[in-house]
Design a protein around this ligand. Sequence first.
Ligand code: FMN
Length: 202
Amino acid sequence: MGSVMLINASPRAPKSNSRRYAELFVQAWPGESACFALTKTNHPELCGELEHYSDLLLVFPLYADGIPVTLLNFLKTLEEHPPRHRPTVSVLINCGFLEPGQNDVAVQMVELFCGQNGYPFGSVLKIGGGEAILDTPFRGLVRRKLRKLAGAISAGRHRSLQVTMPLPKRLFLRASTAYWTDMGGRGGVTREQMATMEIEGR
Ligand SMILES: Cc1cc2nc3c(=O)[nH]c(=O)nc-3n(C[C@H](O)[C@H](O)[C@H](O)COP(=O)(O)O)c2cc1C
């Protein structure tokens, strides 16, 4: 059994869903692990730290159908400062939409990085409805998949796993629209304003 370093690459790491997923993964991981949140300034420190682990688990959200810029910037630093020993890289990604397949391109981006930089690619867990699922009765499905992910990484296997809420799309859409409309209303933003390209009047 190896040791795993988790990097939370969510731009809102301290309050992120990625943080919750990372914490649940650690509960399922049988060996040594450590979690780090990406910041603008800690890239060199994390590149050095990687040396000590057999596995790296990148935990991040889907942003605009790709990897968030926080992760992109870290990968650029890692490209310039690779560790002597390259860990196997696995991915734990969550997205807002219901379909876990929305995450495919972002996973391919990490896989491409690994192929071009000599990192073995490990396993993947793609989570759909990631903003909501942990606060629903379906959270047990996530826990089960996280255990499978931990088992696959620990055994050095390549597995591609996915999980989402088993809901009809129409129901999900109705519930999520009500959620975001309510959230916008509390921040003084109407549904019509949310439907425009303007952000804070710009
Ligand atoms: C700027 C931005 C872009 C996003 N783009 C997508 C997207 O393309 N597809 C999707 O399904 N969810 C998208 N989401 C939703 C996030 O993936 C989702 O809210 C996720 O749970 C955030 O995870 P985090 O809390 O770990 O950052 C986006 C969210 C933000 C803030």
